[in-house]
Design a protein around this ligand. Structure first.
Ligand code: PLP
Length: 392
């Protein structure tokens, strides 16, 4: 970390916490250390912190505080939603779940585990811009379908799904609808109520909160088995002593993100578009992946013909610029992105695409630096690739 220039364009992997979040976590850790389940004053003080944060999280997603369950992050929220719903509805005998090919591993791998319990999993395709069509969902529904899980915004390309439409179809069919809103909450307005879903997962570290804390919104009346067994915390939904400092930090991040949502959304979009324009104009053989209109404002995913994405990622890192080849979990694995593959991109393009994701700290000067640096780096890498091919 010796360089002066350090430009962080990987907010979809994680975001730097707001200064207020850091201060709140430290203060609550030191001062409000009571167990939120204790009857005495120390416990009640901690409980008040948790209650306040619950209100803030509920406000971020336009929900009732009583419907918010704190979890240890987005992965756990997805697990609680899918395992909890599957176990709760199993006695009815309808063991068919529908999801999409572009979900995060937190959903895809959890459903593999649900499949091992005797469930059938149908994975919906997406179109070339990464969108699931309502017709695809309608066609996949069977009398056995009791659960549907479709993400709100995709982490790699940013595409936003028509969740309200999809959830209405599931509801008509009597199926529970879960949405992973980890990449949309804090970036675009998210209303659990207006989306018409039953379960909605969010994660603190994606919008300026601490890592390892998130929430699952559970519509009142939705039956859910406990994914974590133990005490009666979180109204019996999620056992374990509450992580009060992280919950407090999540609450602050939710409030700040809600307050700044409108300004941030247009600010992110302006900078993202400036980056995109600059790259498309400056680098021949570059193209944008995903839906140009229906996507979160902070994300762009760009292919660079004839360049291995990992090499360009490293070259950018050496220039002080942090980007990603896709989801954090799969980067470094050199596996082509399952999202780009599902979108039907040619094999080469699934391996030469970078994700740039912006956030509250991104400045125009940083964007201009990247736009200036990229053409030279791409030309150099293409030359090296050609030279390597020639000696093979
Ligand atoms: N869902 C999506 C769409 C994500 O992008 C991520 C993180 O990358 C997760 C779930 C997992 O969230 P967490 O890191 O809080 O476990």
């Amino acid at each position: 970390m010796s360089r002066v220039v350090r430009i962080y364009l990987d907010y979809n992997a994680t975001s730097p916490p707001f200064a207020d979040v850091v201060a709140t976590v430290a203060r609550v850790l030191a001062e409000d250390f009571g167990n939120a389940s204790s009857v005495h004053a120390f416990g009640q003080r901690a409980k008040a912190v948790v209650d306040d944060a619950r209100q803030e999280v509920a406000a971020l997603i336009d929900a009732d505080a009583g419907e918010v369950v704190f979890t240890a992050g987005g992965t756990e929220a997805d697990n609680l939603a899918l395992r909890g719903a599957a176990e709760a509805v199993e006695p009815l005998g309808r063991r068919h779940v529908i999801t999409t090919a572009i979900e995060h591993e937190a959903v895809l791998n959890t459903l593999k585990s649900v499949a091992r319990r005797g469930w059938t999993v149908t994975t919906l395709p997406v179109d070339e811009s990464g969108v699931v069509t309502p017709d695809a969902l309608r066609a996949a529904l069977t009398p056995e379908t009791s659960l549907v899980s479709v993400m709100h915004a995709n982490n790699e390309v940013g595409t936003i799904q028509p969740i309200a439409e999809l959830a209405a179809i599931a509801r008509e069919h009597g199926a529970i609808f879960h949405t992973d809103a980890v990449q949309s909450a804090g970036k675009i307005p998210v209303s659990a109520r207006r989306l018409g879903v039953d379960l909605l997962a969010i994660s603190g570290h994606k919008f300026g909160g601490p890592k390892g804390i998130g929430a699952l919104w559970v519509r009142r009346g939705v039956r859910l088995a406990q994914a974590m067994t133990g005490g009666k915390q979180e109204r019996n939904r999620r056992a374990g002593t509450e992580n009060v400092p992280a919950i407090a930090g999540l609450g602050v991040a939710a409030r700040l993100s809600r307050e700044k949502l409108a300004a941030n959304s247009s600010g992110f979009a302006e900078l993202r578009d400036r980056l995109e324009r600059g790259i498309l104009e400056g680098v021949p053989g570059s193209s944008v992946n995903g839906d140009p209109a229906r996507r979160v404002p902070n994300t762009t995913n760009i292919s660079f013909d004839g360049v291995e994405a990992e090499s360009l990622l490293i070259a950018l890192d050496l220039e002080g610029v942090a980007v990603s080849t896709g989801s954090a979990c799969s980067s470094g694995s050199l596996e082509p992105s399952h999202v780009l593959r599902a979108m039907g991109l040619p094999h080469g393009r699934t391996r030469n695409s970078l994700r740039f994701s912006l956030g509250a700290g991104t400045t125009p000067a940083e964007i201009d630096f990247v736009v200036e640096a990229l053409p030279g780096l791409v030309t150099k890498l293409r030359r090296l690739t050609r030279a390597a091919a020639a000696v093979r």
